[in-house]
Design a protein around this ligand. Sequence first.
Ligand SMILES: *Cc1c(COP(=O)(O)O)cnc(C)c1O
Length: 464
Amino acid sequence: MFTPSTSSTTLLDRLTDEITSFYENPTAVVPQVTAEQIRTHLQSFDFCKPIDAERVFEEVQYMMRNWNVQITHPRYFGLYNPAPLLTAVIAEALAAVYNPQMAAWSHAPAANEIERHTLRHIAQKIGLPLEALACNFTAGGSEANHSAVLVALAHNFPQTLEDGLWALPQRPIIYASELAHNSFDKIVKHTGLGLDGLRIVPVNDSLQMDVNALRILIKQDQNAGRKPFMVVGTAGITATGTIDPLTAIADLCRQYDLWFHVDAAWAGAAVFSDTIRPALAGIELADSVTVDAHKWFNLTMGAGMFFTRHAGSNARAFTVRADYMPPSEEAVSVPYLTTMQWSRRFIGLKLFMALAELGEDQLARMIEYQAGLGAYFREQLKQEGWIVVNETPLPVVNFTHPRIRMSAVSVDGVLTKLYAEGDAWISSVTLRGEKVFRMCITNFKTTRADVDSLMDQLNRLVSE
Ligand SMILES: *Cc1c(COP(=O)(O)O)cnc(C)c1O
């Protein structure tokens, strides 16, 4: 036996201390640091001689606490990065302890069945039929979206699995709105569909996919001899939190025999909320769905989910022969033959534990609480003379100020000062040619006082 010199057991107490104290005493939201500063600091780690494990731990702790944007802070109003539930942190540690190999079902029956049980519950909440359902955990929404395109290709053009895309007589076309997630730009590059194979559909005044424009584009492509095969509807657009008209898109897809994918990476968790669920109507009609567990389920990265009602096409897309892999029972779906990854972390444990521990009602309340805070901020903005430019039941607020529209100050100018003060983080997006602020509630620990503090700060900075 080889015993490495790391004194890991003494670190376990430090770890548990850090897990509790970090969230109780958060540091500044925005770090003031340069790459140069960090690189110089890292020079002391030349990996030649061993360093005392406690010192290494302290170094990591220092760098992580001081030199990152603290997305778990209650005044991080940013991208869809949640403050994780403590259960998720514990589940991460447990997953690492057992380190099950998910690829072969027969290597990890317990872990695979825990994931399957959890995913099928979510599928049911979405409204997908369980027979012929294929579902799996992914690294994130990008991988789930990528899986969707691969399965849609296998479904519509099974011959390409043998012959490749180039053998198709007509060019396959995907449709997504101008506000769809840019992972689709990568995916069409990776799959050989090419950026010219991704048709960008404009959005309407409500910042949702314009379904009439979609219909016209589909017809144009058909008339030009191309082959439309897939439409992506987004539920919870990254920039605006708006939701594409999913039922209308589903109708159109049925009419033209197109694969309907719903990218609900962030807002998918809201299927658990009776009050928000109606806004997602139509998601149950999808051929495939993306939901991230590491967004609104308030779990740690990375945890995405992919669902499709076409298990046969899913299996065709991913199956291979590998003699060195252990065989599995007939009746189970074998991860390495039905998903993009091979060796993979036990991603689903944290969602299983969180759902089991919270129960659906508390999960719904956690989501609705955050939506309520978003609505509260909208009201505050309007009362304080700001202009809100998006409408959504989800907690993403796009806004600007008359002084910005008059060019007395700029969005970037305000953001630079906000970041320099370090006390809160919001971002900006360009909508209809206008740069506006984007604020999102991503933390169930955020309070009205945190939102008020941001409001005060913005009022001050916009009038300077
Ligand atoms: C976040 C997001 C993605 C990408 O998901 P990752 O988990 O970051 O890979 C895709 N689509 C939408 C709508 C998203 O919000």
